[in-house]
Design a protein around this ligand. Structure first.
Ligand code: N7H
Length: 501
């Protein structure tokens, strides 16, 4: 049974309700680490539990349903109803392994960090040290904040407006004695005081859609005890992966798996980590112009095969912009951009290559029987909950002088980084030979080694068609990593207990 009062509230399929979100990165002043630990005792009322966030989500769903009902009476169609903005904000706190080492409980050994070093090497080393495994271009493209190696903790605050989020952040900063116990993790020059803060917001005129234009946040693992569970996979839909997921894969529990399990049965992790989760943050810049040019170019090359640039885009993603899965027979060929009902379909699997093996969603979730030649002992455990948000203004095709940037603040939770994000990014998305030889890179997030970049055949993906075979697509840089970090999100009881000792 999930303890909804002890788990932080963003760690489930719906997460924080939000139009606006900030990620604030801080350092703990080593000389004031004791003061910081004492401040943590007063923090829980400002941090949201799963119970509180679920109540907020339920309240919003009820208000939305009422607004739709009222509109119906006036003859206003559902799609024109503006969701009511209820003044809500929620906060989460997370620590890097560096941060945990500085606080008294870490220094005194109460956190058992030497054990954690064995069970969770990626978290213990930090994301920069994972650059060879992930093929991350750290020094070339990363923002100074993430290269600075000064991040000890992060606050993730989501709400219905920027004002509400700002107020909540100020209140937490006051409680954590900003300026004394914590300071901004990175400060460039005095003229850029927000270097330690990264903000995102839902696109005002395209709510729910990320910058390439796709409906996002459809497919998410559901947990018993908080989520409405999905029906069993439909055998006709060839789905073998059930999206109802054992919470142990997402939240650290007694038997959460760790590859480096020590003698005890509980994955070797110290007990204070139970009800916590590992959070991976990545700031991913999206080149919308390059994406549009690529889909148009490929469509022009094969106009007889691909009916529109939108169809090429669907081949790269595995879903149409509307969210309709390309793999489902109803959506194979006709442009399924807008059918309302298509959006939330998740009970499907893959057969053949109508949806290319390299498509982003097929690379990141194997929904079919794993072929015998594809050996991956982690495959069944590679599950994450994604709760990110877009950042930046919309791309404006008409303004060629505009130098502004945009992308996704990617955040995901899992019970083990090696099984979750790391396996997905390093061994699935980055691999040319994923599942079948020469399947090609994941066109959205696949990364090549800096050494082989530009060498023929490296930066390619393959789009396929059951009738007409394989087409090689040379990929421009569609997504650029601007930085990121690994965090641990402790339980509420750990915050006011061992961490504040
Ligand atoms: Fe991806 N996108 O918005 O275009 N992703 N993603 N992702 N992603 C998904 O099913 C996108 C990234 C996963 O169960 C959809 O919710 C973009 C990383 C997983 O079928 C869309 C970026 C990782 C799924 C996008 C990005 C993942 C998924 C379809 C970067 C992990 C569910 C909507 C800029 C390493 C797969 C949906 C399933 C779906 C987009 C990043 C993982 C539209 C633009 C870094 C597990």
């Amino acid at each position: 049974q999930l303890n909804l009062n002890d788990i932080q509230g963003d760690i489930w399929s719906k997460g924080f309700p939000k139009f606006y979100e900030t990620y604030y990165f801080f350092s703990i002043e080593p000389s004031n680490a004791k003061i910081f630990a004492q401040c943590l005792k007063d923090l829980p009322p400002l941090i949201s539990t799963l119970k509180k966030v679920k109540e907020d989500q339920d309240r919003i769903a009820k208000a939305n349903a009422e607004a739709i009902e009222a509109a119906k009476i006036k003859g206003i169609p559902e799609k024109d109803v503006i969701p009511p903005k209820i003044p809500i904000s929620n906060a989460l706190i997370a620590f890097t392994s560096k941060g945990l080492k500085i606080i008294p409980a870490g220094v005194q050994g109460d956190l058992g960090l030497s054990k954690v070093r064995n069970t969770d090497p990626a978290f213990s080393n930090g994301m920069v040290k994972d650059k060879d495994i992930l093929r991350d271009p750290v020094s070339d493209t990363w923002d100074n904040l993430f290269q600075s190696l000064k991040i000890h903790g992060m606050l993730k605050i989501g709400g219905n407006s920027k004002d509400k989020v700002d107020d909540h952040l100020r209140e937490i900063q006051k409680t954590l004695k900003h300026g004394t116990a914590i300071v901004d993790a990175f400060r460039g020059s005095p003229s850029t005081p927000t270097d330690s803060r990264v903000d995102g917001w839902t696109r005002p005129n395209h709510r729910g859609k990320e910058h390439f234009g796709f409906q996002d946040c459809i497919s998410r693992p559901r947990m018993d005890g908080i989520d409405e569970l999905e029906p069993d996979p439909d055998p006709k839909a060839h789905a073998v992966v059930n999206m109802n997921t054992d919470p142990k894969l997402l939240i650290v529990r007694k038997n959460t798996h760790s590859e480096n399990m020590t003698s005890d049965q509980d994955g070797g992790r110290p007990e204070w980590m139970y009800n916590g989760s590992f959070l991976v943050f990545r700031k991913l810049e999206q080149n919308v112009k390059a994406f549009r040019e690529l889909t148009t170019k490929e469509w022009k090359k094969n106009e007889d095969l691909y009916e529109s640039p939108a169809y090429v885009a669907a081949k790269l993603m595995g879903r149409w912009e509307s969210g309709a899965p390309l793999a489902m027979p109803d959506f194979h060929t006709k442009d399924s951009r807008d059918p309302d009902t298509a959006k939330w379909i998740n009970n499907f699997g893959y057969q053949g290559e109508v949806c290319p093996v390299a498509a982003h969603i097929r690379k990141t979730n194997i929904r079919e029987k794993i072929p015998p030649n594809f050996q991956d002992p982690r495959a069944e455990r590679t599950r994450i909950i994604r709760n990110g948000i877009p950042y930046g203004s919309d791309y404006n095709e008409k303004d060629q002088t505009d130098k502004s940037t945009r992308g996704l603040l990617f955040a995901c939770y899992q019970g083990n980084i090696e099984d979750g994000f790391q396996n997905m990014q390093a061994n699935w998305s980055n691999s040319r030979d994923f599942r079948t030889l020469d399947a090609g890179l994941d066109p959205i997030i696949g990364q090549v080694s800096q050494k082989t970049k530009g060498v023929n055949g490296e930066v390619e993906t393959i789009i396929t068609d059951n009738k007409n075979g394989r087409h090689i697509v040379e990929l421009p840089q569609l997504v650029t990593l601007k930085g990121g970090e690994y965090f641990f999100v402790p339980s509420i009881s750990a915050l006011s207990g061992v961490l504040s000792k």
